[in-house]
Design a protein around this ligand. Structure first.
Ligand code: NAP
Ligand code: G4F
Length: 331
């Protein structure tokens, strides 16, 4: 019989990659989606016929209990969250409800319905914040610098606590930034590659950015979802840093993305002070030795390949939009 997985946040970047990964492994894949006035399933459109989607919301405890009772998954991946750091200063309470308390609601539902369900929590390197050491590993103390980071730290510790209190197979993946052509356009990498494509094709003139000196450890989302799955296949539940171990500045990302299409980034990028954050996470770099040793996990996509993959995808998309406009104008 096929194993059943339930993914919260299936409409997001990681949800789409994880759904594809699990389907390829022969899983029956269920996804939790929240009600919206307009459906928001673009990232999983190509998988739509192979998925079972259910309406529920991280804010609504009973909806999660009902969902888990109906699906009875073997594995549950909790990817849903308010995941954009700047929004967490604008909506700190809502961010805590989704990103912190939402985790407890899912864990409570597991405890009530079936404590043998294996649970993955999408934790974040943002918890290290003003990091006490570099590179960061599973023992590095947290010093979060945003309401999002604080909420994720809660989500991490409640996951550890339900493992220790109730023996639930609960794992926390402390994931560093991971990107792809499916990344939301508000995040800096996709904002840059979308702008590069639009500028190259004459649809945009300038790109406004904030802090170019911030350093991140950027990997490929497709690699990260494999680490999530590996964590739930082990004999014992545990927590793992997932990272490439390489660090680059936002400026370096710009340089590489613009030069890939033959443009010089300084001709197009403007600094907008409004995009600077009230408290910045200046540098992050992960040490994934434990994931490499215990899970046998390795990233397969380099920083340079990631940038090129994202620019290529955005060029293709913007070109297709232009072709559609021409066709519509000519008909
Ligand atoms: P994403 O693209 O922003 O997706 C977030 C998902 O959460 C969406 O499917 C969204 O649904 C769903 N969601 C938000 N609020 C919800 C609610 N109240 N009820 C139900 N669903 C809700 O994020 P991602 O990049 O795929 O990241 C996945 C997870 O990993 C997140 O928890 C994120 O915080 C964490 N993480 C990401 C990274 C990274 O670099 N990508 C690194 C570390 C940790 P809608 O489509 O309806 O909005
Ligand atoms: O792309 P970002 O918005 O990602 P951030 O804040 O690192 O958060 C992402 O990674 C976390 C893992 O550490 C996840 F948990 C979280 O859910 C999310 O996926 O910003 C990256 C850096 C920041 O230092 C920011 O100040 O880029 C800098 N930046 C400079 N200009 C900008 C911009 N960020 C954005 N979003 N937009 C800008 O114009």
């Amino acid at each position: 019989m096929a194993r059943r997985a339930l993914i919260t946040g299936i409409t997001g970047q990681d949800g789409a990659y994880l759904a594809q990964f699990l389907l390829d492994k022969g899983y029956e894949v269920h996804g939790m989606v929240r009600r919206a006035s307009t459906e928001n399933f673009e990232r999983i459109a190509h998988l739509r016929d192979r998925l079972v989607l259910h309406q529920a919301d991280l804010l609504d405890q009973l909806s999660i209990i009902t969902l888990i009772s109906e699906v009875r998954p073997h594995e549950l991946y909790n990817l849903a969250a308010q995941s954009f750091v700047p929004t967490s200063w604008l909506q700190p309470l809502l961010t805590s409800e989704f990103t912190a308390l939402g985790v407890t609601r899912v864990l409570e539902a597991i405890r009530l319905v079936d404590p043998s369900i294996r649970f993955f929590q999408a934790s974040s390197s943002e918890m290290f914040g003003d990091a006490r050491e570099e590179p960061q590993n599973e023992r590095t103390p947290f010093w979060p610098r945003s309401p999002y980071g604080v909420a994720k730290a809660y989500g991490h510790w409640i996951t550890v606590n339900y493992r220790e209190s109730y023996g639930i197979f609960a794992c926390s993946g402390i994931m560093f930034n991971h990107e792809s052509p499916l990344r939301g356009k508000e995040f800096v990498t996709r904002k840059i590659t979308d702008a590069v494509a639009r500028i190259k094709l004459g649809r945009q003139e300038k790109l406004k950015l904030g802090n170019l000196d911030a350093r991140r450890d950027w990997g490929f989302a497709g690699d990260f979802v494999r680490a999530m799955w590996l964590m739930l296949q082990q004999d014992k539940p545990d927590d793992y840093v997932v990272a490439t171990g390489r660090q680059h500045t936002v400026r370096e990302f710009c340089q590489l993305a613009f030069s890939y299409v033959g443009l010089h980034w300084e001709d197009y990028v403007e600094i907008d002070r409004a995009l600077f954050r009230p408290a910045e996470v200046n540098r992050l770099r992960g040490d994934a030795t434990k994931a490499r040793t215990v899970l046998g996990w390795e990233p397969t996509v380099t920083f340079e390949q990631l940038v090129r993959m994202m620019v290529d995808a955005d060029l293709e998309r913007v070109q297709a939009e232009l072709a559609q406009e021409v066709a519509a104008g000519g008909s």
